[in-house]
Design a protein around this ligand. Structure first.
Ligand SMILES: [Zn+2]
Length: 118
């Protein structure tokens, strides 16, 4: 059974900001199978949907801890693009990466309030 892709809302492509230049661009949605040449099908399998939801919660956790994507990448020992892929649900998370996110919450608990005075 397939579900509407949560990343592109079934469009098969997503809008973004080009780099460099800050121009609006439209990219094929990688979550539902888009490639450079073709847009995604706009639907994903249940398992992929669940990975996406889990990925978003990892991102939420990192952000709520006040840790930047680059800091997170450094902490795990991967490229920032890998962290971005993880948090978009594009890739499966390794045990080491999962552990780093878990540790993050514990390690930054005291700091997060100081860093986010909102
Ligand atoms: Zn999609």
């Amino acid at each position: 059974m397939k579900i509407t892709c949560p990343e592109c809302k079934g469009e098969g492509e997503i809008s973004g900001i080009g780099c460099p230049g800050f121009v609006p661009i439209v990219l094929p949605c990688r979550l539902c199978g888009g490639t450079k040449e073709e847009k995604g099908e706009g639907q994903v399998l249940q398992s992929l949907y669940e990975r996406y939801i889990g990925a978003r919660s990892l991102r939420d956790k990192r952000v709520s801890c006040g840790v930047s994507l680059r800091e997170m990448a450094k902490q795990i020992g991967v490229r920032p693009s890998r962290v971005s892929d993880i948090e978009r649900g594009y890739v499966n998370v390794t045990l080491a990466e999962e552990a780093a996110y878990r540790y993050l919450g514990e390690a930054y608990v005291g700091r997060s309030e100081e860093m986010n005075p909102l």
